[in-house]
Design a binder for this molecule. Structure first.
Ligand code: SF4
Length: 373
């Protein structure tokens, strides 16, 4: 009997033929976002289980998952902890990282691990998932499977008939909630199993990101070829709004394939340099940058500016304070129960004196789903 993981449900529903891919179980990707996601889940789970009020020392997690942006891991882990607290405020928490394994009628077993499970009285299962990426991917099928798996296998959930599926997009702070019922999930699961087992249709799309076959799948290659042709067309012709929204997900997929390749190529170069038939050498070059120590460097910079008639106001333009690090320092040094209030107080004072001014520094491309479920 084939064993499949819940995290590939979306891919199987979109491309039933991908069930024939050897080694069907999902693997932890070698790319940085996948490693960051795993690290965030691990830190969040640790904080929840240990009742931590601050993010722990992340050195061990940074090393384990080969990460180099500690601030990012800290921010996302803290967001995950806040998500946990928001559910805890109205639901009884049953567990974090709660696994299940469910057999279909003879075809395959599905397994999965939800990030956070709770019960809202009188009869609602709360099924949550943290996402450390941006709001780009529909996670509903994965959550539906987890909820169905838990309802069917956990004795404590026998009395529950309603379901809330919650996706926490940690980076943006966006929360997506979809509601369904035990009966609807049963029906959905039955139809899904039928579709996956009876169809051998290939269909390339965003779900190809983590398919083990995405480097050599003919359907994917055709999709990539067509996308490249369309992008070339965009450069030469007028493009309609319909063409933009049709092309965008396909370009994202192409970008992901390229990013995956670059990650794998860099991992290979970490082992040793490579040389092509023309003698061109490829290797990783260590780049060092100067890091300024503000306390030690400030007077030297000031004197230099005066000596050279550079207006002192130019110094201000080159200084910056990290809001994330600043608020972390307040958080770590404030008494329990007052941490949020202290941070708000500091930000309010800064805003009052125009020490903190809201500026638009980026217009981020954001995609939100249409129908919820
Ligand atoms: S790469 Fe995409 S189209 Fe090809 S088998 Fe995998 S999911 Fe299907």
């Amino acid at each position: 009997m084939m064993k499949i993981s819940g995290s590939i449900m979306d891919r199987l529903l979109n491309c039933p033929a991908s069930k024939n891919v050897p080694d069907i179980k999902i693997q932890v990707g070698d790319d940085t976002p996948a490693r960051l996601g795993s690290a965030v889940h691990e830190v969040a789970s640790y904080m929840i289980n240990q009742n931590c009020e601050v993010v722990p020392d992340l050195k061990i997690f940074m090393e384990k998952w080969g990460l180099d942006d500690e601030d990012d891991l800290r921010f996302l882990s803290w967001q995950a902890k806040k998500s946990f607290d928001s559910v805890k405020a109205y639901a009884k928490i049953v567990g974090s990282e709660l696994p299940f394994e469910l057999e279909t009628t003879g075809f395959f077993t599905v397994s999965g691990t939800a990030d956070l499970i709770g019960i809202e009285e009188p009869d609602t299962l709360i099924e949550c998932d943290y996402k450390s990426g941006r709001v780009e991917k529909d996670a509903t099928n994965q959550l539906k499977l987890y909820a169905h798996g838990h309802l069917e296998t956990v004795p404590e959930f026998k009395k529950l008939n309603k379901v809330k599926l919650i996706t926490f997009w940690l980076r943006s702070g966006e929360i997506e909630v979809a509601e369904t019922t035990r009966d609807d999930l049963k029906k959905w699961f039955k139809e899904s199993v039928k579709k996956i087992t009876e169809s051998d249709e290939y269909h390339a799309g965003e779900h190809c990101y983590y398919c083990p076959r995405n480097q050599n799948c003919p359907s994917m290659q055709m999709q990539v070829y067509n996308t490249v042709q369309s992008i070339e067309g965009v450069q030469n012709h007028e493009i309609t709004d319909e063409m933009f929204v049709d092309l965008y997900p396909r370009v994202k997929m192409l970008q992901k394939v390229i990013d995956n390749f670059n990650d794998i190529f860099r991992a290979r170069l970490h082992v040793s340099p490579l040389t092509d038939s023309d003698g061109t050498k490829y290797y990783l070059n260590e780049i060092k940058k100067d890091k300024l120590d503000i306390k030690k460097s400030f007077n030297i910079i000031k004197e230099f500016f005066i000596e050279n008639n550079i207006p002192p106001s130019e110094i201000d333009k080159s200084l910056s304070i990290s809001k994330t690090k600043l608020l972390k320092a307040v958080n770590d040094n404030s008494p329990k129960g007052l941490k949020g209030a202290q941070k708000e107080l500091l930000m309010a004072r800064l805003r009052e004196e125009e020490g903190a001014v809201k500026e638009t520094f980026e217009h981020r491309l954001t995609k939100t789903k249409g129908a919820k479920i």
